[in-house]
Design a protein around this ligand. Structure first.
Ligand SMILES: [Zn+2]
Length: 112
C-alpha cells in the first residue's frame, strides 16, 4: 500500500507512515474489529467522579459508540452515566430543595 499523505510505499503492517508520520488508516480498521479501547467511555467514567455533567455527556457518547468498539467500554460507560446522573440528582436536590427545607425549618421556628 501507499501513504495517502505523501505517496511513499509502505509495508502492509505499517500503522504510521515512517516518512511523514501520518496514520495509514490501519488503526481505523482495527477499531471496527473491536480491539481498541473506547476512550470516551473511560474518560466519561473518570470525569463522572469530578465533573458530573461532562462525565454524563462523555459516558452517553461512549455508550452509543460502544458497538463501534465491539462492545468495549459499554459497562464502563453505563457506570459513568449512572454515577453522573446520581451526582446531578444530588446537586439539583441540594440547589433547590435544601435551601427550601432550611427556609421551612427556620421559617416555622420563627427565625426568618
Ligand atoms: Zn507519508
Amino acid at each position: 500500500m501507499f501513504c495517502v499523505h505523501c505517496g511513499k510505499e509502505l509495508s502492509d503492517e505499517a500503522v504510521i507512515c515512517p516518512a511523514c508520520g501520518i496514520p495509514t488508516g490501519k488503526m481505523n480498521v482495527k477499531a471496527t474489529h473491536g480491539s481498541e479501547t473506547n476512550v470516551l467511555a473511560v474518560v466519561g467514567f473518570i470525569l463522572s467522579f469530578f465533573i458530573s455533567l461532562a462525565g454524563l455527556i462523555c459516558s452517553i457518547i461512549g455508550y452509543k459508540k460502544a458497538p463501534e468498539y465491539g462492545g468495549n467500554g459499554k459497562g464502563l460507560a453505563l457506570a459513568g452515566i449512572i454515577i453522573s446522573a446520581v451526582e446531578i440528582g444530588i446537586e439539583v436536590f441540594s440547589a433547590i430543595f435544601l435551601p427550601l427545607l432550611v427556609f421551612i425549618i427556620f421559617g416555622s421556628a420563627g427565625v426568618v
